[in-house]
Ligand binder design. Structure first.
Ligand SMILES: [Cu+2]
Length: 379
């Protein structure tokens, strides 16, 4: 079937080329040059152009009404309303400019089709028009930029004192949500103490000690292996093993630098970790902190009009106030299964598509009940 389509396409092109050659020869016979075109040809093209213009603009209107983001779910966060308003304003300006310019373009091509009786009017300059088409876009852009900057400053301001704080930790390929626990403080973190049982690298006396033990065991194991089999090993293998040991010793030294008497090491013990879904209380500000273990991820919480890059080696922050509970949004969209989603919005690797978490927005009371049911890090 594909071959057939290709063959017919090829033949179609061949026919078109032959037609062009025929018209070229007939033109030579009639002694008219390529540049001349008859009045009926001009009229036909003017009509076709007008039809194309109407068709094109109709398709634009149809596609916008069918696929536009203007009619999707309302913002579930307070600041999202501002973002939606800004975006809406941009769309209105774009629509005015687009339909005006394209409408005139197709209209003029149709109206001023070449005619022998008409001579083009020479019109080189008009200061008023120059001023208008400089001032109008400048004004429109100023409004967008000032409005945008003011909103941005509000949105990116520090969270309030009583805000819920919460960390979203990304790694290939999942998310972990971390709440500060009873003390209200997120525990310290350090990549050097990351282990199978401590994927977020939370620093507590216990995680430091178990990491040290793990490293010591690994070093001792490698040394024993090297001692017992050195005679049978190639130089290359010996060097590789020795280099591995050196790296582990350096790692151990970095862990040893952590001060076990630091009071702040207690903060992490009562941290609450959540997978699969995390909960937020309605109408309370949430201060987010984002961290990544490996590559750049991006935390997109579409319904809250929130997105923040998640960058290894640093913590990024964002805040918002949820204003529509999951239950209310389910009613609004008429889908009892609907859930707010946290998704990764940077192509971060093979299972990028799988990096998602449900977000449940509920009453303060339900939120506290849920939080109390979660295990603390120490347990
Ligand atoms: Cu990702």
């Amino acid at each position: 079937m594909k071959l057939l389509i290709l063959v017919s396409l090829f033949l179609g092109v061949l026919i078109a080329v032959q037609f062009l050659r025929i018209s070229k020869y007939t033109a030579q016979l009639k002694d008219v040059s390529d540049a001349d075109s008859s009045e009926s040809d001009n009229k036909l093209h003017a009509t076709l152009f007008a039809l194309f213009g109407v068709g094109y603009l109709s398709i634009v209107i149809w596609m916008v009404s069918k696929y536009s983001l203007m009619f999707v779910r309302p913002s579930a966060s307070e600041h999202g309303k501002t973002i939606d308003a800004l975006l809406g304003f941009n769309w209105v300006l774009l629509a005015i400019a687009f339909f005006l310019v394209h409408g005139l373009l197709f209209f003029f091509v149709h109206k001023y089709v070449y005619s022998k009786e008409r001579k083009a009017y020479f019109y080189s300059h008009n200061n008023t028009m120059e001023a208008i088409w400089t001032a109008v876009p400048a004004l429109a852009l100023s409004v967008i930029i000032i409005w945008g900057l003011v909103s941005w400053n509000e949105i990116m301001d520090k969270p309030k004192e009583d805000a819920v704080s919460l960390e979203l930790y990304a790694k290939q390929f999942d998310w972990t949500a971390r709440y500060p626990g009873a003390d209200g403080k997120l525990g310290l973190t350090n990549y050097n103490v990351i282990s199978n049982t401590n994927p977020l690298g939370i620093v507590t006396v216990q995680t430091v000690q178990s990491k040290l033990q793990e490293l010591e065991e690994e070093i001792a194991g490698l040394r024993a292996e090297l001692d017992s089999t050195r005679a049978q090993m190639s130089d290359y293998k010996i060097k590789k093993k020795e280099s591995k040991i050196r790296h582990l010793v350096l790692h151990k030294n970095r862990v040893l630098q952590i001060n076990l008497n630091d009071e702040r090491l207690k903060w992490g013990e009562d941290d609450v970790l959540a997978k699969v879904e995390f909960h937020l209380p309605i109408d309370r500000e949430v201060g987010f902190q984002f961290r990544s273990r490996d590559v750049i991820h991006s935390a997109l919480m579409y319904d809250f009009r929130a997105q923040m890059n998640v960058v290894p080696g640093m913590a990024t922050t964002f805040k918002y106030t949820p204003i529509i509970s999951t239950a209310d949004m389910r009613k609004h969209v008429g889908d009892a299964e609907f859930n707010y989603k946290l998704t990764c919005n940077k192509i971060c690797g093979a299972s990028h598509w799988n990096m998602t978490m449900d977000i449940v927005v509920e009453s303060e009371q339900d939120f506290n009940t849920w939080l109390a049911q979660q295990k603390t890090f120490q347990n």
